[in-house]
Design a protein around this ligand. Structure first.
Ligand SMILES: [Zn+2]
Length: 388
């Protein structure tokens, strides 16, 4: 199988900034494990050696050595990279994206609105679009900062609801968001219920007073509220599922925890994307993408944060159940454009191996395997989120 000719639309990613125009070896290593290393941690040789040998760090370094035509040692790769990136960073990024044939990016505009262990700093979406992104981008509006801003600015609960609703409308109508993304798996977990009004009000007061993370009732409320609003605004919902940074609510991040929410008919008219495929709980997510008509799976984070070997296994498990029309490629690229770039290269490689197995087993013939790969790499994203 050879899918190298197909372009990619990256369904889940984050912006990067001019700060990474030139990087050090330690900085590179500091983003090669889940959640990265803080500048303080990156000074510790024992922590750095672990980062140096993560599968993610190794496979990206080897790909970069090939692209930059230097020997595969980190010192040489970083030197060759800086030599090309320091003069004209925009051009360097454009060249990278052309090399990986990336046509477009979905960009999560979120940042950490409450204090957490490893946070994502605020990066202006429009500024990224105008100054640095080499390709057209689409905004995915993070719910949690909008929720917290509405709580903080509100006089009372009614005022909060109005402000929250207005910010959701604004995200689509003025900020051109095509989807909303929730990281409730990092706040109170995915076991979303139907809280009573009294419970929601109590949580509103706690959130207003303390900006608490675990205000489960009001968070469950906003997910259901958004699902209703998505239907009206013609937007989709992205839900972070599975692991991520260490402060995820680990025992409540498995997509199976979404069962109560997803089996509720009130949610069936909104397209819901299980971001990261629920990695490492990929089979649970794939079940929903088969059994329910509105559930989709995104492959980001696993590709390229896990090794190609593991990503082949997990993608096989996803495609064992989920039809390819429900699966979208994504990288979760963040901080460095090389992560988006490596994601596209690795994503094709993973799909080639997976579909080779399916063709060998008689599940699909070669033509169907190519059709399926095209759907996953770019067609589904274009079809679902028209107009691209
Ligand atoms: Zn992400």
């Amino acid at each position: 199988m050879d899918f190298s000719a197909y372009p990619v639309i990256d369904h889940h990613s984050h912006p990067w900034s001019f700060d990474t125009k030139e990087i050090t070896k330690n900085f590179f290593l500091s983003v090669m494990n889940m959640g990265g290393l803080s500048p303080e941690e990156a000074k510790d040789p024992e922590k750095l050696i672990h980062s140096e040998f993560t599968p993610m760090g190794r496979q990206i370094m080897h790909l970069m050595a090939g692209y930059l035509e230097c020997s595969p040692t980190l010192d040489e790769v970083i030197e060759a990279r800086n030599k090309r990136s320091r003069g004209d960073y925009q051009k360097y990024c454009k060249d990278l994206f052309e090399d990986a044939n990336i046509e477009g990016l979905f960009v999560d505009d979120g940042y950490s609105e409450v204090s957490v262990a490893s946070d994502l700093s605020k990066r202006d979406f429009e500024d990224f679009e105008k100054t640095l992104s080499p390709v057209p981008i689409r905004r995915v509006a993070r719910i949690e900062p909008r929720f917290q801003a509405a709580v903080d600015a509100s006089k009372d609960y009614q005022d909060f609801v109005q402000r929250f609703d207005a910010s959701i409308t604004d995200a689509v109508r003025r900020q051109r968001a095509i989807a909303f993304k929730s990281i409730i798996a990092y706040r109170s977990g995915l076991n979303i219920q139907k809280p009573s009004e009294a419970e929601i009000l109590k949580d509103y007061k706690r959130s207003k007073a303390y900006r608490e993370r675990g205000v489960k009732n009001i968070r469950d409320w906003y997910i259901r509220r958004i699902i209703g609003r998505c239907k009206e605004l013609n937007a989709s919902l992205h839900i972070h599922c599975g692991m991520g940074d260490v402060d995820v609510v680990f025992d409540r991040c498995n997509p199976s925890q979404l069962y109560e929410l997803l089996k509720d008919r009130e949610t069936w008219d909104t397209k819901i994307f299980l971001i990261h495929g629920g990695y490492p709980f990929s089979q649970e997510g794939a079940f929903f993408a088969n059994a329910l008509k509105n559930i989709y799976i995104d492959l980001s984070e696993m590709i390229p944060f896990a090794s190609v070997v593991g990503a082949i296994d997990k993608t096989t498990q996803i495609l064992d159940m989920a039809p390819p029309s429900r699966v979208v490629f994504g990288s979760d690229g963040v901080v460095l454009p090389e992560i988006h770039w490596a994601g596209a290269k690795i994503g094709r490689r993973v799909l080639e191996q997976v579909f080779q197995k399916f063709v060998g087993a008689g599940v699909y013939d070669e033509d169907e395997a190519h059709r399926a790969a095209k759907m996953i790499l770019f067609e589904n994203a274009k079809r679902i989120y028209l107009p691209w």
